[in-house]
Design a protein around this ligand. Structure first.
Ligand code: MLC
Ligand code: AMP
Length: 507
């Protein structure tokens, strides 16, 4: 049996090849038949460029139908898809390409010069361009390819994708996801969330992370129904499209932005059957305000790049605010103490997960992979939580030093390392503090070296320097210069105390 994820998804495609798969902002539609043809062309193109099963195909482009064809084409060619946030800059791209050594790198035209330079340095075989409208070199080359392609046989354990997540040590880790990991989760979610004929998903998430690329797209494809495929989240656009949709998926920022618009009404949501939130904590006040405004209850779920979705509130049944619901079918979740001993309900501990959707480990990091799994095969999420008496899981905090801003993860270590290298800096501490729009915002506290006058080392200079190297969403929104950092008796920086000191900055 061919366990290629594409074949699993294809089972859900409608019999009528003319049925719409993507509905674009101008109202035009791309049919399921066309999706098959275009993904076949992309697969053929990759093969013609020498891509063989297991080769990585790295992609850093804006969301477009062509980008989706490329993802599916990569699956069909048996390649390992490596999507990158389009905000990533030199420092990040260079690391991903040198670590993953892809055969092909697809970039935006405006990144071409940098891409060529990095590709030459890291040994990438071929760089191709795809512009923000889904046109350009790659699209032109794929037109000439045959529109049918026999999807390459893959075993369930073979890799389908590598998604990089930042690490506490400052070094990003490539989470290896297999065809089985993704297929199992897609099937489970499709069923658990009650997808049915007639559903239409409003797709406004980026397609370089688990949420937008896997959760949202796989559910729709398995259901064989259309997606209103928008380039990005925009509250005004959402208001005009919600009446045409039945399902919406977003990070909490999408919901707070919708709620802050007076035009977001109950009537607008009358045809909606499901609002899903995840990737970051949904505040109880957002959950409640949403209920009051729309009469609908947001379904909160919990997941991670390293294993897709782990837990979800029920589709039918009580969706409990402040919780992420129950472990999904095929996933075991336990809450344990520091010695991996399971805790009772209401006791707070480390959340660990095991199951067919949990990843195969970190690319090129066997040691790190071993550290992150327990001897009995549970993955240590780094999240803290508890089950309540009814079995609902609540996420209480994080053991890992991680900031989640607008649904995007930022590891302070990565930013601190870059600030610490700047001339005149003695040390720094990067923290997340409450932010009304992004949930959390990244800020930095910096200690100048003793002889540093402060003339060159300003807040603006640090921010500008970081933007050269790092994705803008990771760059601190504010930088403060302090005399010293709060420390405990062991000399460890007390980030909690810093967070308390600056907590009211944005609120
Ligand atoms: C953009 N900016 C952010 C930001 N997004 N800053 C902090 N946090 C963010 N999330 C900054 C930009 O760098 C830029 O800064 C300025 O805001 C304007 O950028 P923009 O692109 O125009 O912003 P906007 O379109 O408003 O984007 C905000 C957003 C977007 C919330 C709509 O970030 C988003 O779609 N987030 C969702 C991410 C996601 O898909 N997460 C799922 C991960 S999967 P400057 O300085 O240049 O002006 C996962 C697993 C799971 O976590 O469980 O799902
Ligand atoms: P990522 O590495 O981008 O996949 O982010 C995964 C992390 O996002 C998890 O480890 C959690 O810390 C966080 N997360 C995801 N969903 C939720 C949620 N519903 N509530 C709180 N945190 C969440």
């Amino acid at each position: 049996m061919n366990e290629n994820l594409y074949e699993t998804l294809r089972v859900g495609f409608p019999e009528n090849a003319d049925a719409p798969c993507l509905i674009l902002p101008d109202g035009s539609a791309i049919s399921y038949g066309r999706l098959e043809q275009e993904s076949a062309r992309c697969a053929s193109l990759l093969v013609s460029l020498g891509v063989v099963p297991g080769d990585r195909v790295a992609v850093q482009v804006r969301k477009s139908p062509q980008a989706l064809f490329l993802y599916l084409g990569s699956l069909r060619a048996g390649a390992v898809y490596l999507p990158m946030n389009d905000a990533y800059q030199r420092h990040e791209i260079e690391y991903f390409l040198s670590d993953a050594t892809p055969r092909v790198f697809v970039c935006r035209p405006q990144m071409r010069a940098l891409a060529d330079e990095i590709a030459a340095k890291t040994g990438v075989g071929r760089v191709l361009e795809l512009d923000d409208e889904g046109k350009g070199e790659l699209a032109n080359m794929s037109v000439a390819q045959p529109d049918n392609f026999s999807t390459i046989n893959r075993d369930g354990d073979d890799l389908a994708a590598i998604l990089y997540t930042s690490g506490t040590t400052g070094r990003s880790k490539g989470a290896m996801l297999s065809h089985r990991n993704l297929a199992v989760n897609a099937q489970v979610l499709h069923k658990y969330w009650g997808f049915k004929p007639g559903d239409v998903l409003l797709h406004m998430l980026p397609i370089f992370h688990v949420h937008g690329l896997f959760v949202a797209i796989h559910c729709s494809l398995l259901n064989g129904t259309p997606m209103l495929f928008e380039p990005k989240f925009d509250a005004q656009r959402a208001l005009s499209l919600l009446p045409k949709a039945t399902v919406f998926m977003g990070v909490p920022t999408y919901y707070t932005r919708l709620l802050s618009d007076a035009g977001f009404t109950k009537e607008l949501c009358a045809g909606m059957r499901l609002f899903v939130s995840g990737s970051a904590p949904l505040l109880m006040e957002t959950f409640q305000e949403f209920q009051q405004r729309t009469g609908q209850t947001i379904l909160e779920r919990y997941g991670m790049t390293e294993g897709n979705m782990f837990a979800s509130n029920p589709c039918d049944g009580e969706r409990r605010g402040g919780t992420v619901g129950f472990p999904l079918p095929e996933v075991s979740i336990r809450v344990v103490d520091d010695e991996n001993r399971p805790l009772a309900a209401e006791e707070i501990g480390h959340i660990q997960v095991r199951g067919k959707s949990v990843f195969r480990g970190y690319w090129n990091m066997p040691e790190k992979t071993r550290e992150e799994f327990t001897p009995d095969g549970f993955f240590k999420t780094g999240d803290m939580g508890k089950f309540d008496k009814d079995g609902y899981l609540a996420i209480i905090g994080r053991a890992k030093d991680l900031v989640i801003s607008g649904g995007l993860n930022i590891y302070p270590r990565e930013i601190e390392e870059m600030i610490d290298m700047m001339p005149g800096v003695a040390e720094s501490a990067v923290i997340g503090i409450p932010h009304p729009d992004f949930g959390e915002a990244v800020v930095a506290a910096v200690i100048r070296q003793q002889n540093e006058t402060g003339e060159a080392l300003t807040e603006a200079a640090i921010i500008a320097a970081l933007k050269q190297e790092l994705a803008a969403f990771k760059v601190p929104k504010r930088v403060w210069f302090l005399e010293d950092l709060p420390r405990n008796a062991m000399g460890k920086i007390q980030k909690k105390s810093l967070r308390e000191q600056f907590a009211a900055t944005f609120t």
